[in-house]
Ligand binder design. Structure first.
Ligand code: SAM
Ligand code: SF4
Length: 441
């Protein structure tokens, strides 16, 4: 056991990475380490990295440079780096050669080996590199040091088989592996007993859940099982691939009372030519039909999406198709990204890359339009009553508390510690593009 020893984990990227960091923290706590917010007090600092876009990588290298000072002050400090970036040869080489203060490099497939890797370093003080090229089935269930007491992530499927031509994820997270239904339901029950009110099921494509299992279990059936878990109040899931968003899933969202009224359905582009070249497996018309069906059949449901602008070969006409789609579908929210060349992916090898300036200009046009739509939609909520799960102080102002509506909108309320973890009714009094404000009734 490591007594009076402290750790800090710096996480980049998506919810999967944040959840992996909770599991890294869980293992460190089992080893006797305690969390500290102060890097200067830490005996172990881990970076959990992201490689989805170039700027994510640049941030990691910047942080690694900063960490050198802590190693100078404390030569016993262990600095480790893991996550998606470390599943690629080039960044591993660069870290190993140029950042000599890094003691440990590990990948996404062997996070469960962290305790052994740390013990090895503690005993030998050698630098350790352990990155597996391939996944060995599912990463086993691991202890988690959860960020929130009231909402929790549950990983239901690891990896991705889709190979969208711009995306690095299948190369760094491996093939799809579904977790057995019993293990997911057991975790949900344990979390609910511990006071968790809301769970978010995680996977790169949750709709593929079960395809690799022998049994007759599908994602909609998994939702039925989870809806039965007592004390649980809300179930969210992300991400859904539009191609696999079935009518059976839509019916269950309508039918199951605990399912949140929010669907994140990344479209990426409104142009059929671009969608085909992205290997997304659906057309613009199909996508529009799916979203309209959701909006018509689930009253009040919020739909959000992701866009990539400046995919290789994207013409002004293609981009206009995206703009038209946004106008037609009135999304509640959208994450908009500039296409980033990821080495090893088919799109990165194309010689018709879009100029940076053009990409930036398209991004701005798209963001301006979506912000206006989100603003108008949120303004219509003023005067309505919404249920929010109060999570605690907001990031920017500890005197203001926040929670999320079933439709996944952030809502600010007055500070009230007693409400943390409660689902309360709020009268909405103000609204911006990304947030609401209200008073608890
Ligand atoms: N699996 C999910 C899906 O298919 O929508 C999302 C996974 S990815 C972590 C989240 C988002 O990052 C994607 O929806 C896409 O918009 C964006 N993304 C992925 N690769 C990208 C790239 N090379 N450049 C810019 N954005 C990218
Ligand atoms: Fe990447 Fe496409 Fe898989 Fe999503 S579905 S993780 S975008 S390859």
């Amino acid at each position: 056991m490591s007594e009076n020893k402290y750790y800090n984990i710096i996480t980049y990227g998506c919810q999967m990475n944040e959840h992996d960091s909770e599991r890294l923290a869980g293992m460190l706590e089992e080893m006797g380490y305690q969390h500290t917010d102060e890097l200067a007090d830490a005996d172990i600092i881990l970076l959990n990295t992201c490689i989805i876009r170039e700027n994510a990588e640049l941030k990691v290298f910047g942080k690694l440079g900063e960490l050198k000072q802590y190693k100078r002050e404390n030569s016993d400090l262990i600095i480790g780096i893991g996550g998606c970036m470390m599943q690629q040869d080039e960044p591993v080489d660069e870290v190993y050669k140029k950042y000599r203060h890094v003691d440990l490099i590990f990948g996404t497939h062997n996070i469960h080996h962290l305790p052994n890797l740390i013990k090895k370093i503690e005993e030998t003080r050698d630098r350790v590199v352990e990155v597996w090229d391939e996944e060995e089935g599912l990463i086993p269930d691991l202890p988690s040091q959860r960020e929130s007491e009231h909402s929790a992530w549950i990983s239901i499927i690891q990896g991705c088989d889709n190979f969208c031509t711009y995306c690095i994820v299948p190369y760094v997270r491996g093939r799809e592996r579904s977790r057995p239904v019993e293990s997911i339901v057991d975790e949900a029950k344990r979390l609910a007993e511990d006071g968790v009110k809301e769970i978010t099921l995680l996977g790169q494509n949750v709709n593929s859940y079960g395809n690799d299992l022998d049994k007759e279990i599908t994602f909609p059936k998994l939702l039925e099982e989870l809806n039965k878990v007592e004390k649980l109040k809300r179930i969210r899931f992300m991400t859904s691939h539009p191609r696999d968003f079935s009518d059976a899933l839509l019916e269950n969202i309508k039918k199951l009372d605990k399912l949140a009224n929010h669907i994140h359905l990344p479209v990426q582009s409104g142009s059929n030519k671009v969608l085909k070249e992205m290997n997304r497996g659906y057309t613009r018309e199909y996508y529009i039909e799916r979203v309209k069906k959701i909006q018509e059949e689930i009253p009040g449901a919020a739909v959000s999406t992701d866009f990539i602008v400046g995919f290789p070969g994207e013409s002004e006409e293609d981009f206009e198709k995206t703009i038209e789609l946004v106008k037609e579908l009135n999304f509640d929210m959208a994450y908009t990204f500039i296409y980033s060349q990821r080495s090893g992916t088919p799109a990165a090898r194309r010689d018709d890359q879009v100029e940076e300036e053009v990409k930036k200009e398209r991004l701005k046009r798209l963001m301006d339009l979506q912000n206006k739509i989100s603003y108008d939609k949120n303004q219509k909520l003023i005067g309505t009553t919404q249920e929010i799960l109060v999570t605690g102080p907001s990031n920017n102002d500890p005197e203001v508390y926040e929670g999320r509506t079933s439709t996944n909108k952030i809502c600010f309320i007055e500070k009230n510690e007693e409400l943390i973890g409660e689902i309360v009714e709020v009268k909405i009094e103000a609204a911006k593009s990304w947030t609401l404000e209200g008073t608890v009734i």
